[in-house]
Design a protein around this ligand. Structure first.
Ligand code: UD1
Length: 375
């Protein structure tokens, strides 16, 4: 007798994976034709980096948390693989959903591939063309092991085709857009601006956490120098635990930090509210660049390259790396061209949109369940 339900496992481990997958996880968990298991590797473990998002975005808690925690990349990935292998062997998923490019994603994909379990890779085909980045290594490896690839834009589709991945490739649109759209309205009720004492349009919003920017203290200093010299408004900076540790090591002069409002990582509604009311946003996060774009706020990206090149091509996102002078020029450019930038926002199409992204992904996961490579 054929089994009644499709076994689908989904792997998460870090803050962005929880947020971006929120609607999909909810849809899979409530689908009566699916036996769904959510596994958290434990890569992010602080309450404000993980649990708060399950609560706020109404995501069911994981069925299993491997509790792996932080560590060297090899050891961290290996521990995840050991836990995931045991889990896959007992649950026997018909397909595994993997998001993006983190070490959790890599671990999930490696183990599933070795066991012959079909992999659906979300955010496939995203490229930053810099093999020094752990995320670039991870995403390329995962794409080439996947059976189904969910690309979020035409550029991502093209990258996958150019690299001749063996997966079946679909442009699903970006599920983060649905999460963003749904929560933006609700975020208007957040009182975080009042709590911080800032008014709309009168502050910068910044996030800095990439290894390349905070792992190297000279680069981190250069970013802070650029912001403190050129941003003449309060800079709200919710600080990732790793950046916080690095900032302590940096011993940055207190008088240059006065403009920064250093706060703990914030829940999603507060983040959206602060982004939507900022004069501009300065970030090295991938996902945030798109949320800022959808909120129609100019963005300065602290990278030399971005996976979301569409936002740069559309003239609303400016790359500054960790160079303090480039940060200053980008701030000046945005101020001098604000009307033009707003006109771009008013006329542009969203390159990451497809109708019912979540529904499409659920159907594709079911369609490809159990379809192993040809034996
Ligand atoms: C990871 C992802 C990155 C993603 C980011 C989102 C990889 C290779 N990188 O980077 O692509 O953009 O998540 O945040 O997987 N820490 C804590 N508490 C936590 C989590 C981390 O204190 O809950 C500290 C630890 O010192 C840890 C450091 O942050 O060593 C780095 O954490 P890690 O998960 O390795 O990488 P992220 O920088 O978060």
């Amino acid at each position: 007798m054929s089994k009644q339900k499709t076994n689908i496992a989904y792997i998460i481990g870090t803050r962005p994976e929880i947020i971006r997958s929120a609607d999909l996880i909810r849809a899979l968990a409530s689908d009566e034709t699916v036996e769904f298991k959510l596994v958290h590797t434990g890569q992010h473990y602080d309450y404000e980096m993980s649990e708060v998002f399950f609560k706020q975005l109404d995501v069911p808690m994981p069925d299993l948390n491997l509790g792996v925690g932080s560590g060297k990349h090899g050891a961290q990935t290996a521990k995840m693989m050991i836990g995931l292998e045991d889990f896959f062997l007992s649950f026997q998923p018909d397909i595994v959903g993997i998001f993006g490019d983190t070490n959790s994603s890599l671990a999930g994909a490696l183990v599933a591939a070795k066991l012959g379990i079909p992999i659906a890779h979300l955010e496939a085909g995203c490229r930053e063309w810099d093999m020094r980045l752990p995320e670039e290594m991870n995403r390329r490896i995962i794409d080439h092991m996947s059976n189904v690839a969910f690309a979020f834009s035409r550029d991502a589709m093209k990258n996958l085709k150019d690299e001749r991945v063996l997966a079946e490739v679909y442009n699903t649109g970006d599920p983060l857009f649905e999460v963003f759209e749904k929560n933006l309205k609700e975020s208007a009720t957040s009182d975080i601006r009042d709590r911080l004492g800032v008014t709309e349009g009168e502050y910068f919003f910044a996030t800095i956490h990439r290894a390349g920017n905070v792992g190297n203290l000279d680069n981190f200093r250069s970013i802070l120098d650029g912001l403190s010299a050129h941003a003449d408004k309060p800079i709200i900076f919710p600080i990732h635990p790793h950046s916080k540790k690095q900032l302590e090591k940096l011993n940055y002069p207190a008088e240059k930090l006065v403009q920064f409002m250093l706060i703990d990582p914030i829940p999603y509604m507060d983040l959206l509210h602060l982004v939507a009311g900022a004069e501009m946003v300065v970030t090295d996060s991938g996902g945030l660049q798109k949320e800022v774009f959808w909120a129609k706020i100019p963005c300065i990206t602290l990278r030399d390259i971005t996976a979301w090149s569409e936002t740069v091509d559309l003239g609303v996102n400016f790359l500054a790396g960790f160079d303090s002078e480039k940060i200053g020029s980008a701030i000046a450019h945005i101020r001098a061209h604000r009307k033009e930038i707003d006109a771009h926002f008013a006329s542009m199409e969203n390159p990451y949109y497809k109708p019912d992204t979540t529904g499409m992904m659920v159907n594709l996961l079911k369609k490809h369940a159990g379809k192993r490579w040809m034996e």
